[in-house]
Design a protein around this ligand. Structure first.
Ligand code: SAM
Length: 306
């Protein structure tokens, strides 16, 4: 489906809950108003919404949160969404993955993205507000045993993962693909961003990493004999190629992760007018984020669904 800038939008990230079992310092640093049960889309609504997107021409769906594995009914959700398209992903912090890996695979999921910024238990505990790294390792082992394809996402942070070698070696040992992601500023996390953010291009230069190619939002480098994938929405802005939108767990559609405007979609689920409505909202997708001009998202990443 084309947006107002002629971009072909075919990828939606659906948040299944705003709840999370971690409290990452750059993600959801302040308490947000608690949602009631009825505020959040039901299992059936999420599956029907996924079906609507596929019927409207979308080809990729990612389930996210909050933490999707704390959502009651996550297995029926995954099963239902996988029954409408085979290109389904799930992003998780991995804490509960050892419990769910086999069931996720049996429900039809082919792969998981696991967020992992560091291999240092103490640094992990600090970033995540008390998370236990050993549980993530257990989860990754279980995902591997269940034959789920694994991608590791590490948010680039000064003093945490400046040298990506340990993460690259761990990824290689695990058979996973590592992507380093530039830390993005949100209105509520500017203090942490000031302290820890690294400009990815400068960082790669100081590492002496060799640039191989840019492919969509991902840039490929070679670093100390390893392939290093980098996603740098700030230093290599890829808004012109953006193909995605997001829906929060309350059913609000955000055409841009950093945009101020969200549009209700919950009341359109299963309706004949869904595709037309979606088309009209996509026309309003901003051409680019305004972070460079100091325009920051007021919602938290965890509430939007990263
Ligand atoms: N709970 C799941 C998880 O941890 O993967 C899914 C939701 S989380 C919001 C999705 C991803 O967003 C995680 O990989 C997290 O590291 C990333 N993220 C959160 N805040 C971010 C920020 N300010 N900049 C870059 N990535 C961020």
């Amino acid at each position: 489906m084309l947006d107002g800038c002629g971009r072909d939008i075919r990828y939606v990230r659906i948040s299944v809950t705003d709840l999370c079992n971690l409290g990452c310092v750059y993600c959801k640093p302040r308490p947000v108003p608690k949602l009631t049960h009825d505020d959040v889309m039901s299992v059936d609504e999420i599956i029907a919404l996924a079906n609507d997107f596929v019927n409207a021409g979308f080809t990729k769906i990612r389930l996210t949160g909050g933490e999707p594995l704390v959502r009651k009914g996550i297995i029926p959700i995954v099963k239902g969404v996988c029954s409408v398209t085979d290109n389904v992903g799930l992003t998780t912090n991995g804490i509960l993955l050892s419990e769910f890996a086999e069931e996720l695979k049996a429900a039809g999921l082919k792969g998981v993205n696991v967020s992992l910024d560091t291999l240092d238990p103490e640094a992990y505990r600090k970033i995540t507000g008390g998370g236990k790294l050993s549980e993530v390792f257990k989860g990754i082992d279980a995902a591997k045993a269940a034959e789920l394809k694994i991608k590791l996402n590490a948010v680039l942070q000064r003093g945490i993962n400046f040298d990506p070698l340990p993460l690259l070696e761990y990824a290689e040992k695990t058979g996973a693909e590592l992507r380093m992601i530039e830390l993005m500023p949100f209105a509520s996390t500017l203090g942490y961003v000031d302290e820890r953010a690294l400009n990815a291009e400068n960082w790669l230069r100081s590492l002496g990493a060799e640039h191989i190619l840019d492919e969509g939002k991902t840039s490929l480098y070679r670093y100390r004999g390893h392939e290093l994938k980098v996603i740098a929405p700030l230093s290599r802005n890829f808004c012109a190629e953006c193909d995605r939108i997001r829906v929060t767990c309350t059913g609000m559609l955000l055409p841009c992760l950093h945009g101020a405007k969200a549009y209700p979609v919950r009341d359109k689920i299963g309706s004949a007018g869904f595709a037309d409505y979606l088309g009209s909202v996509l026309k309003l997708k901003p051409p680019a984020h305004g972070i460079g001009e100091g325009i920051y998202q007021n919602m938290d990443m965890g509430s939007i669904g990263g």
